[in-house]
Design a protein around this ligand. Structure first.
Ligand code: PLP
Length: 385
């Protein structure tokens, strides 16, 4: 099986995001191997599209990018351990200060020879990382006075920005604005918006001076819901395909897969695909999911195994069964459907988890498709490289 990633779509989405963000810069969020898309080629594509700010979750992700020769600013969004601080200086990575304790450690470690660039984060309602709003001005003042410390950012994160009209997101934004107003030291960037806030709150979420929009999911052509992603001209960048590894015709009553929970209701053509939950295709999709094969949407039947699953092609003497051969490609998800949203719904989860869940054993094939070609290459044809 293969995850085909269209870097032209990544560049297109980056351009769309930059345009929507207006005067704010886009920080491309490329944590978790760029949401499963492959961080090295995605970072390069984003750079080609003019993006100069990057966000990752953990220190090793930032180090990996630097070792690959990646230039541009890289912010590690997660909380640093005190022992890691020298590595931030060594690899020129921006760090997150989520507490007074980390601020104190930064003041101790920073020196004019090994400066640390810090982004102070404030918890306005996400309840995850960050200083209490009232504690921010004093911590910022202390950092501003410390030799070798550069105040690169002040930021917060929304809990409900994916929901259009969320009053809690507006409350968070009001709290953040009050913090920004209360701070009287210079800070390079002020940032709050993720993809959801860009799409639902709009400009008020990024109209701070020298603001950034931290966007991840939209870079990959999606949002939390299809309704949200339709607000921008985005192109889904990943297509997950698997080969038909075996074909057979079974008689009525023949059980298929573990637990023998599904039996063929009549004479049926069954295709076995070389993809399973070991590749990140959720087992939870059993009994709900379809794949595109032989030019049709065909249901997955029986339990999804670790490395394989079975697909009902219908009556053996009719299409699509007559059109499917061993070695043909089936689409698990892609721009032409089923979509990542479909799979997320079948698995009772969010599109993010489907993308990040595509496991390391699935080869990533990076291509550059002409406009929308990944969508049109919905069936077995490989997209133009
Ligand atoms: C992951 C993350 C983002 C990106 O969120 P999207 O919804 O993918 O745009 C932004 N900010 C922080 C702090 C994050 O952890």
């Amino acid at each position: 099986m293969t995850a085909t990633v269209d870097l032209a779509a990544i560049r297109h989405n980056a351009g769309v995001l930059r345009e929507r963000a207006g005067g704010a810069d886009v920080m491309a969020i490329i944590k978790a191997d760029a949401y499963g898309h492959g961080v090295r080629p995605v970072a390069r594509a984003a750079h080609e599209a003019g993006i100069r700010h990057y966000g990752v979750a953990r220190l090793p992700e930032g180090i990996h990018l630097r070792e690959d020769g990646h230039r541009g600013r890289i912010l590690v969004l997660g909380a640093p351990a005190a022992a890691q601080l020298p590595r931030y200086a060594e690899y020129d990575l921006d760090l997150t200060v989520p507490s007074a304790e980390v601020a104190a450690a930064v003041v101790r470690h920073a020196s004019p020879n090994a400066p640390l660039r810090v982004h102070v984060t404030v918890d306005t309602g996400m309840g995850r990382l960050g200083l209490a709003p009232d504690d921010v001005p004093a911590v910022m003042a202390r950092l501003a006075d410390a030799p070798g410390v550069r105040l690169a950012g002040l930021w917060t994160h929304f809990a409900t920005a994916d929901a259009p009209g969320s009053s809690f997101a507006k409350t968070q934004l009001d709290r953040f604005r009050a913090v920004v107003d209360a701070v009287d030291v210079d800070v390079e960037h002020v940032h709050a918006a993720n993809t959801g806030a860009l799409l639902t709150l709009g400009e008020p979420a990024y109209e701070f001076e020298a603001s950034l929009v931290r966007s991840g999911i939209a870079l990959y052509g999606l949002a939390a819901t299809p309704e949200l992603s339709a607000r921008l001209d985005l192109r889904p960048a990943m297509r997950l395909t698997a080969r038909v590894t075996h074909l057979k015709t079974v008689s009525a009553g023949t059980p298929v897969s573990y637990g023998a929970e599904w039996q063929a209701p009549r004479r049926t053509r069954i295709a076995t695909l070389g993809v399973g939950y070991g590749d990140g295709y959720p087992r939870r999709c059993c009994g709900r999911a379809s794949v595109r094969v032989g030019g049709a949407l065909c249901p997955i039947v029986g339990t999804i195994c670790m490395d394989m699953c079975m697909v009902n092609l219908g009556p053996p003497d009719k299409a699509p069964a007559t059109r499917v051969d061993r070695g043909d490609e089936a689409v698990l998800f892609g721009p032409a459907g089923p979509t990542v949203y479909d799979v997320a719904q079948w698995a009772d989860t969010i599109p993010y988890e489907i993308l990040c869940g595509v496991s390391p054993r699935v080869p990533r094939r990076h291509v550059n498709c002409a406009d929308g070609a990944l969508a049109r290459a919905a069936q077995s044809a490989a997209p133009r490289v």
